[in-house]
Write a protein that binds this ligand. Structure first.
Ligand SMILES: NC(=O)c1ccc[n+]([C@@H]2O[C@H](COP(=O)([O-])OP(=O)(O)OC[C@H]3O[C@@H](n4cnc5c(N)ncnc54)[C@H](OP(=O)(O)O)[C@@H]3O)[C@@H](O)[C@H]2O)c1
Length: 194
């Protein structure tokens, strides 16, 4: 799959590198492409990266998302936008509203935001992948499952509401930070017949 990853910091690098290693054609987008060189995939200016792929992962600080989408709304037409950016401390943690408002022809997904980057870099716990909860339209579910699987996590679809995924982030923050469990913390869903 062709995937552009906007942001070459911790989350963008972790997601983009894992996707590239799994065989996806990744393009990193950066405001400073010369200083954000990656071994795993080419790093290009933001407009070039946004034009390069039908799937765009946004992995920049949430404070920059509205301006990014506003400036590049046309480039996002018809694309699947995967929002990994967190407005931590705000009542609404995701960026669905500005993305949907400013790029109404894009499709929205929420993923890669609810665990610390450590769990994306090393998704195995006791030999089994941790869960990555995600939200998107039903038609995009298989795409997200493929991407999350490529990162090494087990995809768990929660439906279309990004707020459900943000609830997982709140739980992660409450335990990892608030209760002192630390950042090497992830979740696994268990079930049984009945
Ligand atoms: N770190 C985590 O454990 C974690 C976990 C889940 C979700 N997240 C979310 O993922 C996002 C990125 O976090 P991070 O930890 O990867 O941050 P980071 O390491 O600071 O990297 C941020 C990246 O965004 C770019 N950037 C900053 N402001 C920008 C703007 N206005 N427009 C375009 N690009 C901009 C930076 O590029 P420059 O080099 O040009 O400054 C840098 O590549 C945040 O929204 C965060 O909430 C983080």
């Amino acid at each position: 799959m062709d995937v552009s990853v906007i942001g070459t910091g911790r989350i963008g690098s972790a997601v983009g590198t894992a996707l590239a290693r799994a065989g996806h054609r990744v393009t990193f987008g950066s405001r400073r492409p010369d200083q954000a060189v990656h071994d795993a995939a080419p790093t290009v200016p933001l407009p070039v990266a946004l034009a390069a792929s039908p799937v765009v992962v946004i992995a920049i600080p949430a404070g920059g998302v509205t301006a990014l989408v506003e400036e590049h709304a046309e480039a996002l037409d018809g694309k699947l936008v995967v929002d990994a950016a967190n407005n931590v401390g705000s009542p609404v943690v995701n960026n669905a509203e500005p993305i949907r408002r400013l790029a109404p022809s894009a499709r929205y997904a929420r993923a890669f935001n609810s665990l610390g980057v450590e769990c994306l870099l090393d998704p195995m716990f006791d030999g089994t992948p941790a869960d990555m909860f995600f939200a998107c339209g039903p038609d995009d579910r298989a795409i997200l499952e493929e991407l999350i699987d490529a990162v090494g996590l087990r995809p768990v679809y929660v439906g279309e509401d990004p707020v459900v995924v943000d609830g997982v982030l709140r739980l992660w923050l409450a335990l990892a930070m608030g209760q002192g469990w630390g950042r090497q913390l992830a979740f696994r869903t268990v079930t049984r017949p009945g």
